[in-house]
Design a binder for this molecule. Structure first.
Ligand SMILES: [Zn+2]
Length: 139
């Protein structure tokens, strides 16, 4: 994985044409991490019928991650995606993300956290998000 300011990372426009390093970089300092597997997965999801995607958080530097209350070992410090659920059918969207290779799923009320960790994991952000997703028949 390559970590640098978004203007200096090696961005493959042919491989990830629907995104830019800038939009996925840390909101506070512009640091970006190139994790090809994660980028391939989000590009595949963007090409699925679920698109377009509004990504509210991609890479976070350590300081920014702490400031927004991210978990100390959050994969946002490498590369993960919080995708807004507005305009999507949440259940279909989660299924599509799974099919595109994502293995880490954080189920929020208004967003879905996605990452390509090695070992599958899923979690909720409080009881209200758990109730929302349960009502959709996901679990
Ligand atoms: Zn930062």
């Amino acid at each position: 994985m390559q970590v640098a300011h978004w203007s200096r990372v090696e961005w493959d426009c042919g491989r990830w044409p629907h995104f830019s390093a800038h939009e996925l970089a840390c909101h506070c300092c512009g640091e970006m991490c190139i994790w090809p597997e994660a980028l391939d997965a989000i590009e595949a999801l963007r090409r699925a019928p679920a698109s377009p995607l509004a990504i509210t958080s991609g890479h976070r530097c350590a300081i920014h991650n702490a400031r927004v209350g991210g978990a100390p070992l959050s994969l946002h410090k490498q590369l993960a995606f919080d995708v807004a659920l507005a305009g999507h059918d949440p259940a279909q969207f989660a299924h599509a993300a799974h099919a595109c290779g994502f293995r880490g799923f954080g189920y929020g009320q208004s967003f879905l956290h996605l990452d390509t960790r090695a070992k599958p994991a899923r979690w909720f952000y409080g009881n209200r998000s758990k109730a929302k997703w349960a009502s959709l028949g996901i679990f």
